[in-house]
Structures are given as C-alpha cells and as structure tokens.
Design a protein around this ligand. Structure first.
Ligand SMILES: [Fe+2]
Ligand SMILES: [Fe+2]
Length: 217
C-alpha cells in the first residue's frame, strides 16, 4: 500500500468516515457549576501550554525536513496562544490561576490528563501519529462538540473556543502530511498505527480524567 492510501485507511479504521468512531468522547460545560467550569478551563489551558512546550522542543530535536520543523514551531506558537486565551478568560472571572500550582494539581488529581503530554517519543512517525494525527483530531473534535453545546456561555464560545478551532484545523493535517511523507515502508506503517493507538488511548483517558477532575462524571 502506498503511503497516501495507508493514511486514508488509517483514518477510516480509527476515526470512521465521519469521525463517528470518536463519538464516545464527551464534551461538557454548560449546566455545570462555577467550580467545575474553572477546573475544566484550567486543565484545558494547561494542556495547551504543555503542547506548546512539546511542539517547540520536538521541533528543535527531530531530524526532519525544514518545513516540518517550521510547522511545529508554528503549532507551538498557536498552542501557546490558546493557553493565553483560556488563562485570560479564567483570570477575567476574578479567579487565581498559578500555572506551577496547577501543574501539581493535575499531577496529583488528574494524572491521565498530563499523560497525553508526557508522550514525546524520539521517533517522528510515532510522535506525529500519536500527538497530531490522533491527538489533534480528538482535540479538534472535542472542541467542536464544546462549541455546539446548547447553553454554552457565548463569550466563552466566541472568544476562547472558536479561535482555537480555527487553528486546530491545521494541526491534525500536519500529522497526515508527515505520515504521508514517511509511511512508505511497512515498518513505518506499523509504527504509525501503534502511535495512533497510543494517541487515541491517551486522549480518551485524558479527556475522561479531565471531566472527572471537574466533578462532571
Ligand atoms: Fe490548541
Ligand atoms: Fe492543537
């Protein structure tokens, strides 16, 4: 199978034709109390910050072509911006948000959320399969579900969620682009599939942990 056919089949196998295989991902926000809203938003913000850090450090160390390095740096900048959008929203509500304290809070009480960001393999095929191809697809899908929730605070939707969805649409295609370039061998195709499984497992557990942390489940 050539790499383009392989990536297409990987997408269908793990996401479904209309992403219906990701439908078990739960989104929540309206009808939850202020405390839950705050925890969920802080956890989300931290995820954006951690992804910004990972993308920049992987861009520095991966031996990949220049355009992929630059795309990862761009992603890093965008994820850092997403952190700021969410953090500003939390702080504008008059809440304290100390990122060092919140790091420890997540490590203790929602470690599976942090685990998504601890997966930084040295191999670019594994990394992009897990973090972009699978992880960003889940992230993008989850945010679209959040944006569609009836009763969601409009200011939050317009100022914190929609600008992120616009950017996230670029990060998952970066995963496809890298896999299409590198997955011409059976060995890399096997690695890519493993990366997708890890990414989907980490993200499913991570989102569930984040919701539990906010007291939603
Ligand atoms: Fe983001
Ligand atoms: Fe992203």
């Amino acid at each position: 199978m050539n790499s383009a056919e392989f990536v297409k089949s990987l997408k269908e196998k793990y996401f479904g034709n209309n992403y219906e295989k990701l439908d078990s991902i739960k989104a929540s926000y309206p009808s939850i109390g202020t405390k839950s809203f705050s925890i969920l938003t802080k956890d989300w913000a931290m995820g954006e910050l951690w992804h910004a850090e990972d993308a920049a450090s992987q861009a520095l160390r991966f031996k990949v072509e220049d355009d992929i390095k630059v795309a990862l740096f761009e992603q890093s900048w965008e994820e850092a911006n997403h952190f700021q959008l969410l953090a500003q929203f939390v702080r504008a509500r008059g809440e304290k948000f100390d990122i060092d304290e919140w790091y420890n809070e997540v490590v203790i009480n929602a470690p599976e959320w942090r685990a998504i960001y601890d997966y930084n393999p040295n191999d670019p095929v594994l990394y992009f399969a897990a973090r972009n191809f699978a992880g960003e697809t889940v992230g993008d899908y989850w945010m679209r579900k959040v944006a569609d929730l009836p009763g969601l605070d409009e200011k939050f939707r317009d100022e914190a969620v929609l600008p992120q969805i616009e950017d996230e649409g670029k990060h998952a295609p970066l995963g496809s682009r890298v896999l299409e370039r590198y997955c011409s061998t059976e060995e890399n195709q096997r690695k890519a599939e493993l990366g997708v499984k890890i990414g989907l497992a980490n993200n499913a557990k991570g989102v569930a942990a984040m919701l539990r942390h906010a007291g939603i489940e």
